[in-house]
Design a protein around this ligand. Structure first.
Ligand code: GLC
Length: 743
């Protein structure tokens, strides 16, 4: 009886400690784990410690400028902490075997990959998904991605990318959630929850990695890897919150960005990696560099050589070196020369070992090497059906004059014309992980399977995406003459966005605008289906009397999801999360801009001494939050009620069209006077609601004064009493408003 009591007490203590460690964000690490980690560290040689901080790439998928050499030998010597771009059960199992059966201390490796918008089932690019404004769907897409990736041996993803970006020339806007910090933070947390689930030790969850810390999206000129120089106040107000949202959601790792911030590269930035990340934010995961970003500090001019760069990075608080081999090559020497303390190295090793403990890799290094999962949990019908649904929710209807769309039932012949009409490879977009382009459904295939034998389908490429060759126009025009409906498939190739894919001009490339004008001149109904990884300056295209459906790169089920919208089986509900400029001259252009001391008032279009262009409107082509539906919505009776620190806002939204539809009701506020100037609008809430035709819904939002807070020069965040305006509307430019006071 006594023993039973003791074991019960011990069990209760262990449970209490586990719960406590979960609460402290230690992610399931209990004291026994810590004891094991300390014993390991005590037993490790300096070379083994340096190796634990080393991440190499297997040659399966090259995602950077250098290749790994002799990493298999190093794995057997216990000098590699993790491997990336290696997947499938057999491939991972063999490398893990080398680590846990041939090395001295048998420490398991962590296996990472860029699972950015799906693993095998590829979903719309993240910028596209963000336009669904459906946090649950975005979380579910990462849940599925984690399920598939972990079924193929992976347990760590270099995702979510949460860099706020306001410059569409930067190709990596494709990987993010657009220009808004508040929405980007909500989406960031949803993605982390999707990847990590509620138990990182489960074999179908994987560790997230918030990236790229920090402010990588503010690269000057929208040119990838370029300098970032933003004020500290802007850093805190606009760029840092999504990373913090990831960590608050429990992200187990974070990746340093290539860029410098105010003169110091992130990878050597002690203020960023220790003072802010560890001391202020209490981060208890591990920090991995981006691809050779330690070595690149020599190019930055911040380090004399790789050894010096390694010293800077480890002393800044960077734990793991991706592909640089600088820790492996130089930490032992740096310790001998007392330029780096053993404590600093032990600290880094401790964070990496804790991550592996959280993933359950010490309990079972082969936990993610389950053949039957690989055979049964990848690209299942349910996963593909979800992908198709998310494609449709991510698309944004930009124009639909005379209700050209949906395609009328009376249509007998459809001509699909354009360079992206039947391009499997481009449907994946960039960062398509283990996705197979051969498995993608193209627009032509999607329309064919939806239209069936009822419709004759014709197809001509018409032109290439990106050259001056117009010889295909004649055949395209001939085809168009035979059709009673034209679908124009235009846009970018998948490789024109993503990493190292900045563009200085961002209109439709090549002669696609000429093709569009030729098609519009036929007088036939034309629906343009756009495939692109960034906002485009499609002013010429938008001036035509054509419908325009923004579809981004929809991934495996692209063609099917788009066809569901083109034929009206689904009603478009997407809303832009990034502004479309009229031209590059307007960039950077974003909705939450400041009013300036000389604001331009369109009602006074002749005014001279105001903030405006002589040759272009200040307004964007399509604003943040914009997206049409096949029905129409009107807004009325916006009311605010302040009750202490609560601000309740209600608005009535009516479906005034002839079909049911989903509307993203957006709530913005403006703080009219602040000790720090405030934007003309700030998104503070949204609700995606289904409203039946003829129905009116009352939508209620409840804010608190905490939602009105902003950063001050002392970097403290708090709100200031005064007058505010609440805006509700269908996008950031079309709203109704009401003022309220908070004292
Ligand atoms: C790349 C990217 C980063 C990615 C990493 C590994 O250079 O910047 O986002 O996760 O290398 O592929």
């Amino acid at each position: 009886m006594r023993n039973l009591k003791i074991s019960a007490i011990l069990m209760l203590l262990l449970i209490a400690e586990t719960v406590q460690s979960q609460n402290t964000g230690e992610g399931g690490i209990v004291s026994a784990d810590n004891a094991k980690i300390e014993a390991l560290i005590k037993n490790m040689t300096v070379d083994e410690k340096a190796g634990q901080l080393t991440l190499f790439m297997s040659g399966w998928d090259v995602t950077g400028p250098t290749l790994s050499t002799n990493y298999q030998k190093l794995i057997k010597e216990g000098k590699v902490g993790g491997l990336f771009n290696a997947y499938t059960v057999d491939y991972v199992r063999e490398f893990q075997r080398m680590a846990v059966e041939e090395s001295r201390l048998k420490i398991p490796m962590i296996f990472g990959y860029d699972v950015i918008h799906g693993h095998r089932t590829i979903f719309p690019i993240p910028l596209g998904q963000s336009c669904s404004w459906n946090l649950a769907a975005i979380e579910q897409s990462e849940r599925i991605a984690a399920q598939e990736a972990t079924a193929e041996g992976l347990n760590w993803t270099f995702s979510p990318m949460v860099d706020v970006a306001r410059d569409p020339r930067w190709g990596r806007v494709a990987e993010g959630s657009g220009e808004d910090t508040w929405l980007g933070s909500k989406i960031a947390a949803a993605r982390v929850r999707g990847f990590q689930g509620t138990d990182l030790k489960s074999n179908n969850t994987m560790m997230a990695c918030a990236k790229h810390f920090a402010a990588y999206g503010a690269a000057q000129g929208g040119r990838d890897y370029h300098t970032v120089d933003v004020s500290e106040l802007s850093l805190y107000e606009w760029y840092l919150p999504p990373y913090k949202a990831c960590l608050d959601a429990g992200a187990g790792s974070i990746m340093t960005s290539f860029n410098e911030i105010a003169g110091v590269p992130s990878t050597a930035n002690k203020w960023l990696m220790t003072d802010l990340l560890r001391n202020d934010w209490g981060f208890n995961g591990f920090v991995v560099t981006d691809y050779t970003s330690i070595n690149e500090m020599v190019n930055h001019g911040n380090a004399e050589n790789n050894k010096d760069a390694a010293r800077l990075a480890i002393n800044a608080g960077v734990d793991m070196d991706m592909m640089g081999s600088t820790y492996l090559d130089y930490l032992p020497e740096l310790i001998k020369e007392k330029k780096v303390s053993m404590d600093a190295v032990d600290n880094a090793v401790r964070w990496v070992l804790k991550a592996k403990m959280k993933l359950g890799l010490f309990d079972d290094p082969y936990r993610y090497c389950n053949k039957s999962r690989q055979e049964n949990e990848v690209m299942t019908p349910d996963q593909l059906a979800f992908a198709r649904k998310l494609v449709a929710e991510s698309c944004v209807l930009l124009k639909n004059p005379g209700q050209i769309l949906p395609i009328p039932e009376t249509v007998k012949t459809i001509a699909i014309i354009g360079p992206l009409g039947d391009s499997k490879k481009d449907m994946l977009g960039n960062w398509s992980a283990a996705g197979k382009w051969e498995q993608c459904v193209t627009l032509l295939e999607g329309v064919k399977s939806r239209a069936g034998s009822r419709v004759e389908l014709l197809y001509e490429k018409g032109c290439n995406t990106n050259d001056g060759d117009k010889r295909g126009f004649e055949a395209a025009l001939k085809l168009a003459q035979k059709a009673d409906f034209i679908i124009l498939a235009l846009g970018e190739n998948g490789w024109m966005s993503g990493e190292a894919a900045s563009r200085s001009t961002i209109d439709l490339p090549g002669v696609q605008n000429d093709l569009a004008e030729a098609m519009a001149k036929t007088g036939k109904p034309v629906a343009v289906v756009l495939f692109n990884g960034r906002p485009l300056t499609i002013s010429r295209l938008s001036s035509l009397n054509v419908a325009i459906l923004e579809t981004w790169f929809g991934g495996t089920q692209a063609g099917n999801g788009i066809a569901d919208l083109l034929f009206g089986d689904k009603n478009p509900s997407g809303k832009l999360t990034m502004t479309f400029p009229r031209n590059e001259g307007q960039i950077p252009i974003f909705y939450n801009a400041k009013n300036t001391g000389r604001p331009y008032n369109p009602a006074d279009s002749g005014a001279k001494y105001v903030s405006r262009y002589l040759d272009c409107s200040n307004d964007p082509l399509y604003p943040f939050g914009y997206g049409l539906s096949y029905t129409t919505f009107t807004y009325a009776n916006l009311e605010t009620r302040v009750d202490g620190d609560k601000i309740n806002v209600t608005v009535q939204v009516s479906n005034t069209g002839n079909r049911d539809g989903e509307e993203v009701v957006q709530l913005y506020i403006r703080d009219k006077v602040g000790s720090v100037t405030r934007p003309v609008k700030e998104l503070k809430g949204f609700q995606k609601v289904n409203i039946k035709k003829g129905e009116t819904k009352s939508i209620a939002f409840s804010l608190t004064t905490a939602d009105l807070a902003f950063y001050h020069p002392d970097l403290k965040k708090y709100w200031e009493p005064g007058e505010f305006t609440a805006f509700a509307g269908t996008n950031s430019a079309e709203t109704i408003s009401a003022t309220f006071k908070v004292n």
